[in-house]
Design a protein around this ligand. Structure first.
Ligand code: SF4
Length: 501
């Protein structure tokens, strides 16, 4: 089957019947439910742009399994170029949607499982990798969107999975049968699930021997029996019911649209199980997946920074202050911070490497640095966007007032910008900035792909402090400085003795 267009993707969702709840009610028609539709439109962009020749390099790839052209969101990276094109794709889609387009989590899951199952089979003599390649072929042939499900509810964070009072705080295997396994538990904060075709489930942390039942990885269709999806709320989410302006980005939403996924004794056939008890590989899968996802953030979030920077500049022009040295300084700051994060994403891609499986992975230290920078700098560039926009970002009347026959004329008059400009457009631009700079996008930049502590743990582990200590010791002469001796023709003792004498 060929790649799907945006429209075909949306129509493909109509064939699925996931058990979805939102606002206390069952949602039977996911596609036309107004609270979901902006997220669906954003995900549809990952399909639509792949159909356009001008985006072919970023949005498509050649499958290593079939030799066919596929959507890059189903591709296992085969080169450094693939890694670089992936983050270019993220920035492009961030610019086109100004929000989370969701499909990357599944992409990173596919790559993480591909790499890990290869290593697992070498050590344990299992056959997960070949089974996974079959599954990947199915995903590529049908251009499917996968929700990547990693975060468990975790209960008492000081306890390991098997120590929890309630064993369901982490997804675990409750039964092994001849034809498959039965799993129970939940995954929380999972992006894009209501509008995905499939869910790929991975462990959320490294697991010890006593946690073997929790070391499980599998894929299921989103409408599998006994799976329930409960949709999360976001700041100002119901504004999308109010029209086109107040939501700010009514076309594509605020963040990804996250769900709690409940697995209430879900059966998974063996051909869709890619880890079952190999606890010694749970940590590798988590790190590989997380590395990929953290490398993305200097792409997608920088695409968002491009939008908010453009919106702030628009506001400055509309206020007649675009030439003010203060505004120009703020604008330059915004661009400088965003491009710093972009440089990080490019660097961790260019410094990637080939894994045993033949697939390529990013440089994990630099990927974690990328995400850590995003956790800080997103707040900073959004703060500057708020500064440029002014206090109206939190005081504007509603779209209904703007359209009111009684008071609309006052809003049009008193909230206008420089002569000749449209007050409606101005209010809409303020709302876009509010949506991006005040709403759920901020904590998403902090906690998405793992909280800052998770990045610092990995950076700490890979920071190579011993080597750096040795470098410092060489500078003060605790260790021999071979090159200094070459330059001076003397040992350090001989060199300094001349000053002392
Ligand atoms: Fe993709 Fe960024 Fe959304 Fe993660 S936060 S799913 S990388 S768009």
């Amino acid at each position: 089957m060929a790649m799907m267009s945006g429209k075909e993707y949306i129509e493909s969702l109509r064939k699925l019947k996931p058990r979805v709840y939102a606002f206390g009610e069952r949602v039977e028609n996911v596609v036309d439910y107004p609270m979901f539709r902006p997220h669906i439109n954003a995900a549809a962009m990952t399909y639509e742009l792949a159909m356009h020749p001008e985006f072919e390099q970023e949005m498509t790839a050649i499958s290593n399994l079939t030799g066919e052209k596929i959507n890059r969101f189903t591709h296992v990276h085969q080169s450094i170029d693939d890694l670089v094109n992936k983050v270019k794709m993220m920035r492009l889609l961030g610019q086109k949607t100004a929000t989370c387009f969701q499909r990357c989590v599944g992409l990173d899951g596919l790559n993480g499982v591909y790499i890990t199952t290869y290593d697992m089979d070498r050590k344990h003599g299992t056959d997960y990798h070949e089974k996974f390649k079959e599954y990947l072929r199915y995903v590529q042939d049908n251009d499917l969107m996968l929700a990547g499900a990693m975060s468990d509810p975790k209960g008492d964070r000081s306890l390991r999975p098997h120590q929890q009072d309630d064993p369901d705080m982490y997804v675990h295997v409750v039964e092994k049968k001849d034809d498959g396994i039965v799993v129970r538990g939940a995954k929380a904060h999972i992006t894009g699930t209501v509008n995905a075709h499939e869910i790929i489930v991975m462990p959320t942390r490294a697991m010890g021997d006593e946690d073997k039942d929790y070391a499980v990885c599998f894929a299921v269709p989103v409408d599998t029996e006994n799976i329930t999806l409960i949709f999360g709320r976001q700041t100002n989410d119901t504004r999308r019911l109010d029209g086109e302006i107040d939501a700010g980005n009514a076309k594509y939403g605020i963040v990804g649209g996250e769900t709690l996924i409940v697995f209430d004794d879900v059966f998974v056939p063996w051909d869709r199980v890619f880890m079952c008890g190999e606890n010694d590989f749970a940590g590798q899968l988590v790190e590989t997946f997380a590395g990929f996802h953290r490398s993305n953030y200097g792409g997608c979030k920088v695409g968002l920074a491009d939008v908010v920077t453009g919106a702030a500049f628009w506001m400055a022009e509309n206020n007649g202050v675009e030439k003010s040295p203060y505004i120009r300084d703020l604008m330059a700051e915004m661009v400088g911070m965003a491009e710093t994060c972009w440089s990080c994403s490019l660097a961790c891609s260019y410094q990637g490497s080939k894994t045993n499986s033949g697939a390529y992975t990013i440089n994990p230290l630099l990927a974690n640095v990328t995400k850590l920078n995003i956790t800080r700098l997103t707040y900073e560039w959004m703060r500057l966007a708020q500064d440029i926009t002014g206090g109206q970002i939190i005081t504007l009347p509603s779209e209904k007032d703007l359209r009111s026959p009684e008071v609309g004329k006052y809003i049009d008059k008193y909230f206008g910008g420089k002569a000749g400009s449209s007050t409606k457009d101005r209010i809409h631009m303020v709302r876009l900035i509010e949506n991006m700079a005040v709403g759920a996008g901020l904590p998403e930049a902090l906690h998405g792909a793992g909280s800052p502590q998770a990045q610092k743990m990995m950076i700490g582990r890979r920071g190579d402090f011993e080597t750096k200590k040795g470098i410092a010791e060489t500078i003060i002469g605790v260790k021999p400085d071979k090159y200094f001796e070459e330059i001076t023709g003397k040992t350090e003792d001989e060199y300094f003795a001349e000053f002392r004498d």
